[in-house]
Design a protein around this ligand. Structure first.
Ligand code: AQP
Length: 332
């Protein structure tokens, strides 16, 4: 039996280098492993937990699909679909709401961070981890490839699954595990390197976006906050340089020792140029593929991927939801 993999990304803007290195690049690696069966979705239901402008959201959703493909996700090897096309996600979310405690949701770091930016905090933002648990449990996922920031949500998904199983019936839900790649698990903001890089950061200089031009990447990396030591060394005391070294290591496959050796006689200026160039070189083929797919002649192709993905996902989701409805005592 193949192990089940599931993950998704919110269409809350253009993907950042953090989303790519922390999540999407790992999706692409996993799809090549025959031991896994993968489903990757676009988390559009999740994205409206913070305000979205409808026309922009529609554009973002399509853009994320194209970014998935441009980064190498293969619709022949994976099921790719939109969350809102499979209504069972929201329905299972409702059931799981009744196995989740207010106290545990109020301890979620993402909720605490994002609710600070809202005047009237939306219930959906509070409930986000329950919908995420539904996404995962609906497909009996064994592993969920995510960045470090989602570890806490994975833990609560396991807790909810365990609680449901113990209230109703053993083994209805499989307990999912996170798949986190250490060095790229948390790419930090270029402007505040103690905070993670986010696609919805108000300061656009804080994030490198997958579709940024070479000049933009160079400008952002050159302006990245570092320290005054002018010494390229991997240390927790140097969060800006540590972050740039993580990025450089991730896109060149060089170890931290190799990087320290490479820049031992040069200052931050030369190091930053090398980081920006390596990132731009990595993103260039992705951008070329993106531009190709983002044209009217590929409209039908994109639609067909979503239709096929939703159909397949729905077949699995509907059976699982039926099992859950039956377990809680609803009449078929
Ligand atoms: N900075 C990061 N470093 C490593 N991994 C990251 N991820 C996000 N930021 C980093 C991982 O990317 C996946 C997609 O996340 P998401 O869009 O569902 O939500 P998020 O974690 O809230 O990502 P953002 O970019 O910060 O989005 P916004 O700004 O909309 O909240 C996840 O696997 C995440 O761990």
């Amino acid at each position: 039996m193949k192990k089940q993999i599931l993950s998704g990304i919110q269409p809350s803007g253009i993907l950042t280098l953090g989303n790519y290195l922390g999540a999407l690049r790992n999706f692409v690696k996993i799809q090549e492993d025959d031991n896994y069966e993968c489903k990757f979705f676009i988390a559009d239901l999740h994205s409206i937990t913070v305000p979205q402008e409808p026309e922009q959201l529609r554009k973002n959703i399509k853009s994320i699909l194209i970014q998935y493909l441009a980064c190498g996700l293969d619709p022949e090897k994976n099921t790719i679909f939109m969350q809102s096309h499979v209504h069972e996600h929201a329905e299972l979310g409702w059931i799981l709401n009744n196995c989740t405690y207010m106290g545990e949701l109020s301890r979620m770091t993402q909720y605490k961070d994002k609710s600070k930016k809202q005047d009237n905090i939306r219930v959906g933002l509070f409930d986000y981890p329950v919908l995420m648990a539904a996404d995962i449990l609906l497909y009996d996922a064994d592993y969920v490839p995510v960045g470090e920031d989602q570890r806490q949500h994975l833990e609560i998904a396991r807790d909810i699954a365990k609680r449901f199983n113990s209230i109703y019936k053993d083994d209805v839900f499989k307990l999912p595990k996170p798949l986190i790649t250490e060095n790229t698990a948390r790419i930090m903001s270029l402007q505040e390197p103690t905070k993670k890089m986010s696609k919805s950061d108000d300061n656009k200089d804080a994030s490198i976006f997958l579709l940024d031009s070479r000049d933009e990447i160079m400008r952002k990396v050159k302006r990245a906050v570092t320290d005054s030591e002018n010494c390229v060394k991997y240390s927790d005391d140097k969060p800006g340089i540590k972050n740039l070294m993580n990025i450089y290591s991730a896109v060149t496959d060089k170890s931290y020792t190799e990087i320290e050796e490479e820049f031992k006689d040069s200052g931050y200026g030369q190091f930053k140029t090398a980081v920006a160039t390596a990132v731009a070189d990595t993103l260039e083929p992705i951008q070329e593929k993106y531009n190709k797919l983002n044209s009217p002649e590929y409209e039908d192709y994109l639609k067909s991927i979503c239709e096929k993905g939703a159909k397949h996902a729905h077949e699995i989701a509907k059976n699982k939801l039926k099992e859950v409805y039956d377990t809680v005592g609803f009449i078929a």
